[in-house]
Design a protein around this ligand. Sequence first.
Ligand SMILES: [Zn+2]
Length: 391
Amino acid sequence: MAQLICHDCQRTYAPSSLAWHCECGGLLDLADLSATFPWQKVKARATTLWRYLEALPFEQGETAWQSITMGEGYTPLVATQQYPQRVQFKVDYMMPTLSFKDRGAAVLIAHAAELGVQHIVADSSGNAGTAIAAYAARAGIHSDIYVPQTTSSKKIKQIMLHGATVHAIEGTREDTAAAAIAAVEQQGLFYASHVYNPFFFQGTKTYVFELWEQNEDRLPDVLVLPVGNGTLVLGAYYGCLDLLHAGLIDHLPHFLAVQAENCAPLALAFEQGQPTAMPVTNRGTLAEGIAIAAPARGQQILAAIRATDGAIITVSETEIEHAQITLAAQGLFVEPTSAAPYAGFLAAINAHQIETGLFAPAIEELPRSVLHDVLQGTVVIALCGAGLKAA
Ligand SMILES: [Zn+2]
């Protein structure tokens, strides 16, 4: 049976615990999950992320998910027009609340519902808050959602319409998290955090299960992913490990993670070979969803990307805007945050093509093995949030 375990001191907690961190202050992870893939059953089920039920942290008889699911998951793979044979987009914004966060929210709220939780708190730059609010509404759970005051007004409206109480917090994204945590502590509420609660990552890991199935029972050579708090990077990594342990893959794909140049603590730590990311000052970016100046799981994110023999690169505001327009010209309208991975892919391609040394240093540092696979291998680029969210 799965249990919560402290990343720092290895103390364990029952999965039914409402604790959001260890008594020592450490982050909680989930351990002793035994993900299995009974394909005959899986293939017979609907094409939602719940088809991988035996790989998710629920016991037999825990069926709360059945009344809250909105068919999330199994998003399409769409070929790029540039390299249709080998480079594809996973259109993960085709979700009930228009972002990939529905993966984590559906699983986390199903878990909260199993525990009988009636009131939750979450903080978010927007999309996770929206997803949590929507699934909480379906589960009949009241939600208090904390967002930075600068969050796109459309996201705030979306959260409010789901019936959540919205708290728009002045200051940085970290100030928003602090306000949410204060409410959790003072009122003894359940912290439905997509950063601290490891159940969220159990939802986002289904991203790679789908890829494996959609890609003829194998994973592509490179996964291009956005990275801020690591919701998708860590989920994808745990998913890859599940596939590896189940003998369904024999090596991990390279993770090419992309940050906005103006807020890139992970790229900096990666470049400097540091085990953890030091906080930076957010200089302002269109990519609000990955503008995380002090990622709580920075150490785990860096370790995961290194374990894939991957890399973290940065893209400029101009590159993000260009990528958003280039995607729209191919029929795919994403919000600026979600254009960042494609911008990173284009930067890697261009860096190779130009060969003048004019490209960003981070690209120059791109390991040869990753660059080789970006240029010649199979690549899947994540498109995580719909364009209308921030239009
Ligand atoms: Zn601990």
